[in-house]
Design a protein around this ligand. Structure first.
Ligand code: ADP
Ligand code: TRP
Length: 320
């Protein structure tokens, strides 16, 4: 089974990226052959500073490795190291109905937020379909906001196969319901665009400050607290054991403890969860050649699969 996912190097990664996409993707590497890539062609739709793009691409690579991606088992590579994907994207665009792209939320949302609507931003789901289909992917772990794009990839594969025969393999999205949307400090979806995130690379003092600043209601210390909808509990459940979660819920219902105490416990649990990540991240920062080597090895593996699938496609459409 081939597992594939990508992440855009468009800024520092936050807990939403980690729990929504990175951790599930890393856990899945046990279940099949995983290909994970840094979506730098995609990031060009929002970053026009070459220094930033290079820096963020490396940071994402280090973050994935530090979070547990095992380069002995899985391939980690830069999207642009497999340029075949842009050729497939063009071929797929010729079977993609305009209406399919016009319905995509993420394009509509970005335009609504004032990001200028380039053709690249509009056509981005076609490139994403090419990313998925060029590796004969079976499973695509993503956060819920990307589900529609995986469905678009399926629709495009169906269109292509209707026109040219059974050439492309049909992918399935994999979305973890329990972490489908990680809330940010203000209760909205955590996102780098909303300035409500806790970043993986956050230094201890600001990590603590952000946790202590999580939005809570004004229930007095003595009174029972609402378990439903509590941001503290939602974040705690991502890292605490079942027993710890039950204990905190029981204490919420009993009353007598202020939110400040729960936030301290949440900080302890979150900060502790990332201890191993911080250790590995510091090691990687000290050995840039190691990161280059991993990316080169991953690109070579990915590229040989991509060439074979693109070969099938070129043959099917009559380009060779
Ligand atoms: P952002 O919203 O910060 O720009 P991206 O859109 O670059 O994040 O998302 C990268 C990956 O992380 C995607 O797979 C996305 O689904 C996942 N992701 C981002 N934010 C969250 C969140 N708050 N909860 C769960 N998953 C998320
Ligand atoms: N669009 C995804 C995001 O913004 C990143 C991505 C690009 C991706 N190509 C992909 C994810 C293919 C999964 C599969 O997060």
């Amino acid at each position: 089974m081939r597992i594939l996912s990508g992440i855009q190097p468009s800024g520092r990664l936050h807990l939403g990226n980690y729990f929504g996409m990175m951790r599930p993707a890393i856990e899945l590497q046990e279940k099949g052959e995983a290909f994970y890539f840094i979506a730098d062609y995609h990031a060009l739709t929002s970053i026009q500073n070459p220094g930033d793009l290079r820096r963020f691409s490396r940071e994402v690579a280090m973050d994935l490795l530090a979070a547990g991606l095992d380069p002995g088992r899985s391939a980690l590579f830069r999207q642009s190291d497999v340029p075949e994907v842009t050729e497939l994207s063009w071929i797929l665009s010729t079977v993609t109905p305009m209406g399919l792209l016009q319905r995509c939320h993420s394009y509509k949302d970005k335009v609504a937020r004032g990001i200028s609507a380039s053709h690249g931003l509009f056509a981005y789901p076609v490139l994403m379909a090419a990313d998925i289909l060029i590796y004969d992917s079976d499973l695509v772990p993503v956060g819920r906001d990307q589900k529609q794009h995986v469905e678009v990839a399926r629709d495009i594969a169906i269109k292509f196969n209707e026109a040219y025969g059974e050439v492309l393999r049909m992918p399935e999205p994999e979305i973890r319901d329990e972490v489908a949307v990680v809330p940010g400090l203000d209760g909205q979806k955590m996102s780098k665009s909303y300035d409500n995130g806790i970043y993986l690379s956050e230094p201890e003092a600001s990590f603590r400050k952000k946790v202590m600043g999580i939005k809570t209601d004004s229930t007095p210390v003595e009174a029972p607290k609402a378990v439903e909808g509590s941001l503290i509990l939602q974040l705690y459940r991502l890292v605490a054991t079942e027993g710890e979660c039950r204990a905190m819920e029981a204490s919420f219902l009993a009353g007598g403890t202020g939110y400040g105490e729960y936030k301290k416990e949440l900080f302890r649990a979150l900060w502790g969860h990332f201890a191993e990540y911080r250790r590995r991240r510091a090691e990687l920062e000290a050995s840039p050649a190691r990161v280059d080597e991993v990316l080169a090895g991953g690109a070579a593996r990915a590229r040989s699969v991509a060439r074979a699938v693109l070969g099938r496609v070129r043959e099917a459409v009559g380009l060779c």
